[in-house]
Design a protein around this ligand. Structure first.
Ligand SMILES: [Zn+2]
Length: 325
């Protein structure tokens, strides 16, 4: 039986059930929270209870698993996620990797092959492998996939280095990969180019945020390369409104691409990019960007438009399972 690591430990991939492939529990920088949050916008107990409530609501709507690509750069801190996982039946799968649009963090900048501190292996790879094989810090929680970014700046030296480090960890472990891409800049192509050159199995790659694009030629090109398309920002209407995202999925499903799409919202129980009072402003600006938009609104819209139960099952259950097997 193939298994996949979750925050509570390994489960059979057959038990993943309906899976949202890109949701954050907490996006919360330690430095930000420690310096400006405490006594102001951050209350640990309230936020943990709030997250438990949101995940339980999602579970009650028929979702079984979320895949959380929160890594360094977004504020991964697993003890807090463990507290949440203990209080919900929802499975949470976590990642290793790095989130940056440009340079690598200083903690890696001058260490590595040919750098000031010359090491045979990029220490980033060593750290990713530790997260995948042993567990993150002393939590005992193992990451199950790798996360990297190619934003509109493209393949900067830092971004390129991270992609190649992620590819190396993938080759060693078989762990699948999720790339945050910019649909506007078509950077999914750049990710495919580097990952292909690095001998990555492209069927184990999600091009995250591909669904911000309605360019069917671009999307089919990525899917034909083997990648899964992350139709994963439902509710982020500023990038692409729900109606258009639905149109694009309907079109691709009709052309036989249901086996190349996964669904999600890219929501967070709490995101410190919008702390304190900024939360209300962002909720007013993007009311659909919430934790239940896909099961509550999107799935009924897809059904209404003729997407079959079999195709929905493919996108929500079988594609995520295949990705982790
Ligand atoms: Zn995200």
């Amino acid at each position: 039986m193939p298994t996949v690591q979750t925050v509570r430990g390994p489960i059979d991939t057959a038990d993943l059930g309906r899976t949202l492939m890109h949701e954050h529990v907490f996006v919360l920088s330690t430095e930000h929270q420690q310096n400006y949050g405490t006594g102001d916008w951050w209350n640990e107990e309230e936020r943990v209870a709030d997250a438990v409530g949101k995940l339980n609501e999602l579970a009650a709507l028929g979702i079984d698993t979320i895949v959380d690509p929160t890594v360094w750069g977004l504020g991964r801190y697993l003890p807090r996620v463990q507290r949440v996982a203990e209080q919900t039946r929802l499975n949470i799968i976590v990642a290793t990797g790095l989130y940056t649009y440009d340079e690598v963090p200083f903690q890696y900048l001058n260490r590595g092959p040919g750098r000031l501190v010359d090491t045979p292996i990029d220490p980033m790879v060593t750290d990713f492998l530790r997260d995948l094989r042993t567990g993150v810090a002393d939590t005992g929680v193992r990451a199950a996939f790798l996360k990297c970014v190619v934003e509109s700046k493209g393949l900067t030296p830092g971004v390129d280095r991270i992609l190649r480090a992620v590819a190396a960890a993938h080759r060693e472990t078989g762990a699948p990969i999720t790339v945050h891409s910019s649909a506007a800049a078509r950077t999914g192509r750049l990710a495919v180019q580097v990952l292909r050159a690095e001998a990555v199995d492209l069927t184990k790659v999600v091009i995250g945020h591909a669904g911000d694009s309605n360019d069917l030629d671009y999307l089919r090109e990525l899917a034909d390369a083997g990648c899964l398309l992350g139709m994963d920002r439902f509710g982020l209407d500023r990038y692409n409104p729900t109606g258009k995202r639905v149109d694009t999925i309907v079109a691709l499903a009709a052309q036989g691409y249901a086996d190349r799409m996964v669904l999600s919202q890219d929501a967070s129980c709490y995101i410190d990019w919008f702390p304190g009072e900024a939360r209300a402003a962002v909720a007013a600006a993007m009311p659909n960007w919430n934790y239940t938009h896909v099961p509550t609104d999107v799935l009924p819209m897809l059904r209404e438009r003729g997407v079959t139960e079999e195709q929905l099952d493919q996108m929500l259950v079988r594609n995520p399972r295949r990705y982790f097997e």
